[in-house]
Design a protein around this ligand. Structure first.
Ligand code: ATP
Length: 326
């Protein structure tokens, strides 16, 4: 205890609503514990360039409710090299940072792990990505808000689908994971959901449309995860249109609205909790770990584990859409 005196914080990779709440929590928890806090701009790119500033409590006022990240984010190719990380460490030494909090996804944690393997620095990660695809935490910051954004949009599409008797294929984000798709499908009462974790067979969807959909329903919603192996909403919609010219098929790709907006209460509380937990972990001499939430408890997960393992979909939810879409 007492070793850490200057804590830097950065956001990296894709932005996610709630990152600002996490920045606020890190800065204020650092100051509360008698440390200095530094905001690093543009992720690892900014770290290499020494683009950072000392943050006071008022610098993070009025941001808890804002989407995006006041520290900006970036992807840095240079940081993936030993030389790039050595440059970053030079800047860290220049300012005298002894602790670093990185907010991002598994790429961000891979970079952080390499940095603390190569240099004398304590680094703690906070899971911040709308995709929720990080092992070792039930939720990541931004996921809940993104799901709520999808639900709001799909509810609106449902109104028009129903008015015109249309079958909509709605593509949602999530990269290689189906968490956003699955949760929003259950929440919107979607007729079907296609996720990368479960092999999509167009024949299965066809069977469902033939036996359950056609006799009972006049309109419907199929949620398609962007990483689904079917090739995305346009591809699957085209296949179904060819088989069923009688359906009035439409496609909506929700896109970047899923990344923006004011964070949900859930994301704000989680970001605040994990921000404070990250500073506590640094003060407790921990390093190369992610702080996460499992069954509502704060957990410390080694970067090695968080990066290597893949998180499973909630299988209780997988079965629900089948049961509830008859
Ligand atoms: P998201 O899930 O939102 O995309 P992410 O943190 O996974 O977030 P990435 O773009 O994969 O986003 O990673 C962010 C940054 O982390 C990269 O731009 C790069 O600078 C650094 N990084 C990623 N992978 C590595 C690696 N293997 N070694 C060193 N640095 C890495």
């Amino acid at each position: 205890m007492g070793k850490i005196k200057k804590i830097g914080v950065l956001t990296s990779g894709g932005d996610a609503p709630g990152m600002n709440a996490a920045i606020r929590a890190v800065v204020r928890a650092a100051i509360y514990n008698g440390c200095e806090a530094y905001g690093i701009f543009y992720g690892y790119e900014g770290l290499i360039e020494g683009n950072m500033k000392k943050m006071e409590s008022h610098d993070v006022s009025n941001i808890i409710q804002r989407g995006g990240t006041i520290l900006k984010t970036a992807r840095s190719r240079e940081f993936k090299t030993v030389e790039g990380r050595a440059k970053a460490y030079e800047q860290i030494k220049k300012v005298g940072l002894d602790g670093l909090v990185v907010i991002g996804g598994d790429g961000t944690f891979s970079g952080a792990r390499a940095l603390c393997q190569e240099h004398d620095l304590h680094v703690v990660g906070i899971p911040g990505t709308i995709d929720n695809d990080l092992y070792g935490t039930d939720y990541t910051i931004g996921y809940d808000t993104a799901v709520n954004t999808v639900v709001e949009a799909v509810d609106k599409i449902r109104d028009t689908a129903s008015a015109h008797n249309r079958l909509f294929f709605i593509e949602v984000m999530g990269r290689d994971a189906g968490f956003i798709a699955l949760r929003s499908a259950v929440a919107t009462g979607a007729e079907a959901v296609l996720v990368p974790e479960i092999r999509t067979d167009v024949n299965d969807l066809d069977k469902y449309l033939e036996h359950d959909y056609k006799p009972h329903k006049s309109s419907g919603i199929v949620i398609v995860a962007e990483g689904d192996k079917s090739g995305g909403a346009y591809t699957i919609a085209e296949q179904i249109s060819q088989r069923h010219p009688e359906y009035d098929v439409r496609v909506t790709v929700l896109g970047h609205i899923q990344r923006g907006g004011s964070p949900s209460a859930f994301d704000r509380v989680m970001a605040s909790t994990l921000g404070v937990a990250a500073v506590d972990a640094l003060l407790d001499d921990q390093t190369s770990i992610m702080v996460g939430l499992m069954n509502k408890d704060i957990v410390h997960v080694p970067f090695n584990k968080a990066i290597k393992n893949s998180k499973q979909l909630n299988h209780n939810l997988v079965g629900l859409t089948d049961i509830l879409s008859i």
